[in-house]
Design a protein around this ligand. Sequence first.
Ligand SMILES: CC(C)(COP(=O)(O)OP(=O)(O)OC[C@H]1O[C@@H](n2cnc3c(N)ncnc32)[C@H](O)[C@@H]1OP(=O)(O)O)[C@@H](O)C(=O)NCCC(=O)NCCS
Length: 168
Amino acid sequence: MRLIRPDNKYIQSYIEANEEDETFRPHAERRFNHPETIVESSYNLEHGINLPANYVRATTFWLIDNEKFIGEINIRHELNSFLINYGGHIGYEIRQSECMKGYGTKMLSMALAYCKDTLNLHKVLITCDDDNIGSIKVIENNGGILENKVKNSLARGNVTTRRYWINI
Ligand SMILES: CC(C)(COP(=O)(O)OP(=O)(O)OC[C@H]1O[C@@H](n2cnc3c(N)ncnc32)[C@H](O)[C@@H]1OP(=O)(O)O)[C@@H](O)C(=O)NCCC(=O)NCCS
């Protein structure tokens, strides 16, 4: 099992992960829906090329196991005034057919090593919806300490957001 940067070698597997969402989560927000641009856009985001307004640099990794795309994790290199309340340093998704097998917990732990060793971060903020039990457990399994809950007004509506810190 390894984290790699988005690579066209696994693009077919990534497309299949998106198709799983179309089947099993037809009304949910799409997670893996940019096969044509993901490799270039993630490179640009990591290197600060054509950064959209209010974006910070971020590294995207794919979790690969047995040559299959399992999930994606995005690591923001710093916080800004938006991320401090919603989004935090790290966001992640596991493809539907591979959920509840421990991959989310493992992927976050592997990403924390990158945060410490490469980004030189000593604590990271991770946020999730107050009712996202899977994400809450992924964070708490990795030592997350709840600081507080805040209200956020987003395009998808008003949400209560949990804000966790992990010391690394
Ligand atoms: C949240 C998510 C990443 C979890 O990934 P995962 O691979 O299923 O996580 P794990 O298998 O490591 O599960 C961690 C724990 O949560 C539990 N869990 C996972 N999904 C769950 C769910 N939907 N309901 C209840 N418990 C759940 C697991 O049983 C496990 O429990 P344990 O630690 O007591 O054994 C995945 O469901 C996902 O991609 N969700 C959509 C995107 C999202 O919410 N991202 C996070 C945004 S903050």
